[in-house]
Design a protein around this ligand. Structure first.
Ligand code: S3P
Length: 173
């Protein structure tokens, strides 16, 4: 089986859907942000605070290089992983790249107080979400398969992904 790679903006449900997929397929879930926190021994927040976003992106690319070597796993990425073409190329080598989408309103609801998301610690998180989404749209669109998560729960989304992954690997449309 090819890896199932989950990309998408913060709050589109990558982690929750990854957990469902892992349960249904009995395959390992590798969460890139969690792996970074483990290897660096600090939270994503702390990495941003101490070293800045640029350094975080470098650590992220190095971690993606590592995890992309796996086969038959589910890989959940951070919302900004799509920004580097290099990351996408590595993830695609053994995997099918899915992008989860949701409206800015839903993202605001799902990200809550945003205390664990350094990029949304803004005076007006809704404005920030819209700005980031606008800038990142062309990057998210590079995924192999786009899944709208609006009004769906993680189980439904996971089932949709499994169906589309099967179709994609069996060569049917
Ligand atoms: C980021 C998303 C976060 C995390 C970091 C940066 C982004 O992951 O990698 O805060 O640039 O969108 P989630 O999408 O899992 O929140």
């Amino acid at each position: 089986m090819k890896n199932i790679v989950l990309t998408g903006f913060m709050g589109t449900g990558k982690t929750a859907v990854g957990k469902e997929l892992s349960r249904l397929l009995r395959e390992r879930l590798i969460d890139v942000d969690s792996e970074i926190e483990k290897s660096e021994g600090m939270s994503i927040n702390e990495i941003f605070e101490r070293f800045g976003e640029q350094r975080f992106r470098e650590i992220e690319t190095a971690m993606i290089r590592n995890v992309s070597e796996n086969k038959g796993v589910i890989i959940s990425t951070g919302g900004g992983a799509v920004l580097r073409q290099e990351n996408m190329d590595m993830l695609r080598r053994n995997g099918i790249v899915f992008c989860l989408t949701a409206s800015p309103e839903t993202i605001l609801l799902r990200t809550g107080d945003s205390s664990d998301r350094p990029l949304l610690k803004a005076e007006d998180p809704f404005k920030k979400i819209n700005e980031l989404l606008r800038f990142r749209q062309p990057y998210y669109e590079k995924a192999d398969i786009i899944i709208d998560t609006e009004d769906k729960d993680p189980l439904q989304i996971a089932e949709e992904i499994m169906e589309k992954a099967t179709r994609a690997t069996s060569g049917k449309d």
